[in-house]
Design a protein around this ligand. Structure first.
Ligand SMILES: [Zn+2]
Ligand SMILES: [Zn+2]
Length: 387
């Protein structure tokens, strides 16, 4: 079952957030950029835009490091003198440097790790790693690398290479995320969430400490309505403290918000692992769902031995599993598979009487062959096969 492609998932909060970050936000940035550059000399703007959007660049890496380092420096200036305190023990003196080191280390590992580059030397091994399902992946040559694209791989135009089990190109680490470094990417997300929430936790307890020292629990204010003295509420005390310690307050709120946003993204990535898919494949499944809704997806049962021989004639490097029956999907009409559909139709109607075509009416009729179950998917992520 392809749970990821269920309509409730795609149209749910995580699907919408994903759409916001991958489509809406980029469109908004492009729209704003055109507005800003309107009527001005756009040559420099165009060059900057091409550099930022179409070339591999370290802009967001620098932004991340600046935000992280700046926040840590602010933390050491404003929060560190309050540790240990009434609510924070000595152990945090040692934990804070460890958490900081872990965050930088996981970031650099994610930036520098090999995502699973497909080369002429390992392309056959990469092709044998995953079968083609003939639904979202079929044997096709990469026009840039000039070799067969393994199933689940994708050519990244920024990194200029094909990446095995490609997830996406992450500009925050200026690297592709794929078969070999997906675990490091998850580690990087986890480390960032951890430092954000840990920072917010420490700041919250420092505020409690300050409130205790100020004896805010006993503080009172004069009510405007009645003119009487009343005890201040927790909300008022919190506002007073944030106002009193603005930098520390802003740092705590920033850490909490960033932590929450990355946590949602982290959960989305874990759901992809759980479903045995990748971000790249999730978009392909969305396309399949739309094709099914328009009634254009047909399935033809074939014997795999016959398919194997036919494919091998076309390209000697292709190796497809033999010896059992499988289902091969063909998409119609020609707008989806310009060459394949006519080929598929003629073959389906003619030469082989064993073929039986039927229209696919719902996502429950298609199967994600890359989903190995909960344990299998997590094992493949944490201990990916060698390339
Ligand atoms: Zn390629
Ligand atoms: Zn890339």
């Amino acid at each position: 079952m392809i749970r990821l492609c269920d309509t409730h998932f795609r149209n749910g909060p995580i699907g919408k957030l994903n759409h916001f970050f991958t489509v809406t936000l980029i469109e908004w940035i492009g729209h704003s950029y055109r507005k800003v550059c309107e009527g001005r000399t756009t040559e420099t703007c165009d060059r900057l835009c091409v550099y930022f959007m179409e070339k591999k660049n370290p802009v967001l890496v620098i932004v991340y490091l600046t935000l992280l380092t700046g926040s840590i420096l602010l933390f050491y200036i404003t929060a560190w003198p309050n540790i240990p305190g009434h609510y924070l023990s000595d152990v945090h003196k040692y934990l804070v440097p460890i958490v900081i080191f872990f965050t930088y280390a996981s970031f650099f590992i994610a930036c520098k790790s090999d995502p699973g580059k497909v080369t002429r030397e390992n392309v056959i091994k990469a092709c044998k790693m995953f079968e083609y399902d003939f639904l979202i992946f079929e044997p096709k040559e990469c026009k840039t690398c000039l070799f067969l694209k393994p199933a689940r791989s994708k050519h990244c135009s920024l990194c200029e290479m094909c990446v095995a089990k490609s997830d996406h190109h992450c500009s925050w680490i200026n690297n592709c995320v794929g078969l070999k470094n997906y675990r490091y990417f998850l580690l990087f997300l986890y480390a960032t969430i951890q430092i954000c929430f840990y920072g917010a936790y420490l700041i919250y307890h420092i505020f409690l400490d300050i409130a205790k020292k100020m004896n805010l629990a006993e503080a009172w204010i004069t009510s405007i309505q009645t003119g009487r003295k009343v005890k201040i509420s927790t909300y008022q005390a919190a506002l007073f403290l944030i106002h009193h310690e603005r930098v520390l307050g802003a740092l705590g709120i920033f850490a909490l918000l960033v932590g929450l946003v990355i946590l949602i993204f982290f959960c989305y990535q874990l759901s992809l692992v759980y479903n045995g898919t990748t971000a790249n494949e999730a978009f392909k499944w969305e396309e399949i769902e739309e094709i099914i809704m328009t009634g254009d997806l047909w399935v033809f049962e074939r014997e795999i031995e016959e398919e194997s021989r036919r494919r091998k004639k076309k390209n000697k490097e292709v190796s497809i599993v033999k010896g059992r029956t499988t289902a091969i999907y063909w998409i119609q009409p020609a707008r989806h598979r310009k060459n394949k559909s006519s080929e598929g139709e003629s073959e389906a109607n003619g030469e082989n009487s064993k073929q039986l075509g039927r229209q696919v009416k719902s996502m429950s009729e298609v199967r994600n062959i890359y989903d190995k179950g909960l344990w299998g998917n997590f094992k493949e992520t944490v201990f990916p096969p060698s390339l």
